[in-house]
Ligand binder design. Structure first.
Ligand SMILES: Cc1cc2nc3c(=O)[nH]c(=O)nc-3n(C[C@H](O)[C@H](O)[C@H](O)COP(=O)(O)OP(=O)(O)OC[C@H]3O[C@@H](n4cnc5c(N)ncnc54)[C@H](O)[C@@H]3O)c2cc1C
Length: 455
């Protein structure tokens, strides 16, 4: 297993549970990939913070997230002209109460509708995916749903919102650029009760869980080891070469879970992959995003606005309208007891300092962007999904035609990561399904179903 991001670990664990001997080779000293990270030597989360997208069935089978997730309370705080508004509450009961008090009873109703929609979606044999279903699949979902829930697939986000909510609430639910998208986008963003679950203690907790799970399943971990080539014998992948000069041999399969466009940087794949394949992989690398964040290192924890009765220290996102950014206060992300605040959407320290932060408490700040991701995970483009989730790289075309079933042009070399189907984000489906592909190719009957998304 090349790479120990969450997908790599899930592939490895799935294979190990089917009796195979598996080794993960991860270039960082820790697991987690884009769902963890390093900034100036401090092991804090690298950007990602929502893991509530792992299908419940997959999580139950893995036993990965039990007791780890919570919905931050509150999860969003809007600050406008110094006025603080808390949005979203942990429990549905509190959400309903707040929404009623704020005069927006349509919100809990909309969330219930979306719950219903996901039940029908799964009844139609579909699992989590960021892509809307095809017309045939949509018909199967509609067939299993009440007309109101089914209506989500038949209307635009805007027309649905118009029916349930005052427009002033729309920005707290979905990005304005998505208002004309199919209503599926709304269901996607509001799944799991309207706030995506986040790990208690930040993504560092997820990385630790992944490592514990891999160990408990007997997976061998080579951390701090970089793969520099794939060994191919008689046309079949037979192992990998490491930067340290060692080799690791594989009898059944080599799985690549680094960003797929980095495969041609390895000499043997570069010489064996077809010219067209390499051209497409290079093209994938052109899709760059410039996500920038500023991290502040503080001498004491930030003091975000709190409601009486708050306990613990939630991860809080501040959506600040004049900056257009989002602050997270993941002080618990750090194993080193440092207090860290992140502000995204900005590549400069903010003036005034982020809400809850006294300027005098800022010891240092630094900017993070695609370069940091390259340093962390080899994700040189900075794209959160490795490859953008849009035509022509979605559905059967992800990451390139013919590879959607997790195989590559090189027999015995598979791929499993955010680069592959169904795509980015922390859903683990790509890793799980890649393991199933390997099992099936080797005549081993899988004990879990394929979590398929729309074709
Ligand atoms: C800015 C940002 C925000 C995000 N927000 C969210 C969010 O809110 N919710 C959500 O669900 N997802 C989010 N994501 C996406 C999510 O973090 C990723 O899709 C997911 O973590 C990818 O996991 P992976 O295992 O497929 O790949 P990766 O995490 O990229 O894992 C690949 C692993 O391979 C290792 N590797 C690379 N090259 C080598 C080599 N040569 N030898 C050995 N090891 C190697 C890397 O170090 C890495 O550990 C976000 C991502 C970003 C960047």
């Amino acid at each position: 297993m090349v790479g120990g991001g969450h997908n790599g670990v899930i592939t490895a664990v799935t294979l190990a549970r089917h009796g195979l001997r598996v080794a993960i080779i991860e270039k960082n000293p820790w697991l987690g990939g884009l769902a963890s990270g390093l900034s100036q030597g401090v092991p804090i989360s690298l950007y990602a913070y929502a893991v509530g997208l792992v299908p419940r069935e997959l999580d139950e089978w893995l036993g990965l997230l039990k007791g780890l997730l919570h919905k931050p309370d509150p999860s969003w705080v809007e600050i406008e002209d110094g006025e603080v508004t808390l949005r979203w509450w942990r429990s549905r009961e509190r959400l309903s109460l707040e929404a009623r008090e704020a005069g927006v009873p349509g919100l809990p109703h909309l969330i219930r509708l979306i719950d219903q929609f996901w039940t029908c979606y799964k009844a139609a044999g579909l699992y989590y995916t960021p892509n809307p279903p095809s017309p045939d699949e949509a018909a199967a979902v509609i067939d299993k749903c009440s007309p109101e829930a089914a209506g989500l697939l038949e209307r635009s986000v805007e027309s649905i919102l118009r029916r349930y909510l005052d427009p002033s609430w729309w920005p707290t639910i979905i990005y304005p650029s998505m208002l004309q998208s199919n209503g599926f986008a709304l269901a996607y963003y509001l799944q799991n009760g309207g706030v995506w679950d986040q790990p208690i203690g930040g993504m560092g907790s997820l990385s630790k869980r992944l490592a514990a799970l891999a160990r408990s399943e007997g997976v061998t971990l080579f951390t701090g080891e970089r793969v520099t080539d794939v060994l191919v014998e008689n046309g079949r992948a037979k192992g990998v070469k490491l930067a340290s000069g060692r080799s690791v041999r594989a009898r059944l399969a080599v799985v690549y879970s680094a960003p797929i466009y980095t495969l041609p940087y390895l000499p043997t794949p570069a010489s064996l992959l077809g010219e067209d394949t390499i051209k497409t992989l290079r093209r994938l690398e052109e899709y760059r995003v410039q996500v920038r964040r500023v991290d502040y290192l503080l001498s004491r924890p930030p003091r975000p606005p709190r409601e009486p009765g708050w306990r613990g220290y939630p991860i809080i996102s501040y959506w600040v309208q004049d900056v257009g950014g989002e602050f997270t206060f993941p002080s618990l992300y750090s194993d080193m007891g440092l207090h860290i605040v992140q502000a995204s959407g900005s590549s400069k320290p903010l003036n005034p300092a982020p809400p809850g932060v006294e300027e005098g408490d800022i010891i240092a700040w630094w900017e993070r962007g695609p370069e940091t991701q390259a340093m962390c995970c080899g994700n040189t483009t900075g794209h959160p999904d490795h490859v953008p989730l849009r035509d022509p790289f979605i559905m059967d075309g992800r990451p390139l035609p013919g590879w959607h079933d997790y195989t590559t042009d090189i027999p015995g070399l598979y791929h499993a990561s955010a680069s592959s189907y169904p795509g980015g984000e922390i859903n683990g489906v790509a890793g799980h399904n890649a393991a199933l592909r390997i099992l099936l190719d080797n005549g081993i009957k899988p004990r879990t179903p394929l979590y398929r998304g729309p074709k």
